[in-house]
Design a protein around this ligand. Sequence first.
Ligand SMILES: C[S@@+](CC[C@H](N)C(=O)[O-])C[C@H]1O[C@@H](n2cnc3c(N)ncnc32)[C@H](O)[C@@H]1O
Length: 267
Amino acid sequence: MSNYAAANKEAWEEAFEVHKRGRKVDLVDVLLAPEGTFLDAPVLAALGKIGVAGKAVGQLCCNNGRELLSIVKLGARSGVGFDIAANFIEEGRALAEKTELNGRFVCTDIADIAPGYNGAFDIVFVSAGAMTWFQDLGAFFEKASQVLAPEGYLLVHEIHPFVNMLATKDEPGFDADHPDKVVYSYFRADPWVETDGMDYVGGTTYPSKPFYSFSYTMETIVNAVAQSGLTIAEMHEYPEDISAGFGHLNDRGFPLSFVLLASKGSR
Ligand SMILES: C[S@@+](CC[C@H](N)C(=O)[O-])C[C@H]1O[C@@H](n2cnc3c(N)ncnc32)[C@H](O)[C@@H]1O
């Protein structure tokens, strides 16, 4: 495990109780409610296109699995979630048990996913705030490609790289009169180092263990997927924030999130 991954594991495990306190909904209640889901409309639309029924689904950086279990609920045959934080993985297991949804959870660095999972999934899902932990995005998508079955699909719903140029409301560069002011380089290569917590659930800050994340350009993302042996089928950009930091810019003409669909076979 890299030094970055080891530090981030500690910071994520520290965040577990903070997230639990910050939640406004009961995860089991939502998953058991007939129409309850933790999936956003763009993900539901993409899943509708590629089909979920009877599929084996894997999620990289699944956190507590609430999104993965929402996919299982749509009719997938099975779900396996991978995440580095042991307590979030335990919570995922408890959620699967309480909801009787067929989800399994594996505590691992994505880089260390066991070769036994190669070719295991018809759909590999990557959602908001997953890519940013990986210095080498090429290696991340190579892992996604490896664990996909021959005709499988990679579905990414992520924060748009445009967002990395902006300051959040609690950052010094934030200008309330110009919340869209460009503050950071689009081409930033240095890691972000933060120690004020990762409470995107309750919106609080707290003195935290240091954690390290990375920005990417759209070029880096597209090339990393294309060079991992996958064929990009389509991409869509959306004016809605999925990072929990830029909701004030929703629907104002800025690209805040995107969906990328890539297939393993050439279609
Ligand atoms: C923001 S969550 C993303 C998942 C999902 N969108 C969510 O909100 O639940 C990021 C997750 O990535 C995990 N993570 C960070 N670095 C990792 C690594 N190297 N390997 C596996 N998981 C990692 C964290 O533990 C955390 O649960």
